[in-house]
Write a protein that binds this ligand. Sequence first.
Ligand code: UDP
Length: 489
Amino acid sequence: MAISNNNHHALLLASPGMGHIIPALELAKRLVTHKIISKLTFFCGSIKTSTPSKAETQILQSAIKENLFDLIQLPPIDLTIHVSPRDTLETKIAIIMHEIPLLFVSTISSMNLNPTMIITDFFFSQVIPLAKNLNLPTFAFAPTNAWLVALGLHTPTLDKEIEGEYINESKPISIPGCKSIHPLDMFGMLRDRTQRIYHEYVGACEGAALADGIFVNTFHELEPKTLEALGSGHIITKVPVYPVGPIVRDQRSPNGSNEGKIGDVFGWLDKQEEESVVYVSLGSGYTMSFEEIKEMALGLELSGKKFVWSVRPPATKSGTGNYLTAGEEGETRTILGSNNEPSNSFPDEFYRIQTNGIVITDWAPQLDILKHPSFGGFVSHCGWNSLMESVSCGVPIIGLPLYAEQMMNAAMLMEEVGNAIRVEVSPSTNMVGREELSKAIRKIMDKDDKEGCVMRERAKELKHIAERAWFHDGPSYLALSKITHSNRV
Ligand code: UDP
């Protein structure tokens, strides 16, 4: 029996990590505020840690205050039971991908919630076979692009057809109807088939193939070819894939306590010329080394452009160690202006360049920053949320992809979308060199650069298309509304 739209109760499971929680909360908000469904309970997986993520706590608390839906935090996973301190981030993520779906299904089975549907983060799609006994329509939400979803749905086939490591393939890896993937750009979870994370991801992809629908944070103009391939049945026959992007936050920073300091940034931005400032951020999970910060500072200096740079203090070793605790309690919380005293933790060059820009070492209100008209470029690690925020604000991208699916994102924007330039890491230093960075920044931002001009125009065009996607009766709004039209709903 069909349930009227007003009686739906969705359970939505989000993955830990700001890159997943932020779009999942926004999706939940849109489902309820656009009256697509009447009731939603948001479940968030978490990890037991001595220093909880401050940014994550704040964003969840602000969602609770808005009171649009109930929010339940699943009991935290104690990783120390499963892994040793020497285990990699990938192994920890594999444990999380295994444990949270089990915990979610056992929790909802023991509660009296009377749901009418389940929506899971794509990476937790193992929920779908696990929840089969509940006999509910089940959807996946991918906070990524459609190309990564296409790869995911094709992964069980690749797993059977290709024998060795994908990254060692001599030819690009093809997905029916889609752009092929350069082996070296391969999605991080699929780079080493001996690792547990590889098998967990294949399991998640097999689960997603059983969904009643997959909602993706993209829109047609960004990925027409891939969306067509996903709709054609050549990759997967039964699962409809709906583009519902851009799903980006429409609220101010979660950390109200630093409004005053952030106000200084906006005061400074108000004094700058339109499209004259570059924004720099490598996302919530990556910590730069001392040497990387020095090289980035020199690149910004060489470019001659004004900047706002969101960066946390350097780690002895760069990397993704912070991925699961981004914005955690105890991180330095300062905005350094040109008059700040140097501290030993940053290189001298970092302080020297601050006569020409602003550095934020706290959690930055990135979307609000990008909306400011003074921005003409975004030096980004190409995390998908950052890219969607940049697209929504009409800011072209200087891509410095680092890990996960970021190399694929950068390749797609540069080769198919046309609003970005990609800067390669130098093989000798394993860093992006200052000259390459400054050249790329100037190409995007100099008004007389012809190629840059084309990319800037494309970014503006995409901004207007993105705005229309979420108008009432816009394509993404209509696509998300299909959640109540599935055969099983
Ligand atoms: N973000 C932010 N302030 C920061 C760092 C990150 O608001 O100081 C937000 C950013 O706007 C985006 C998310 O955190 O919404 C990062 O997601 P993304 O997919 O870009 O990258 P990840 O952090 O997952 O690598």
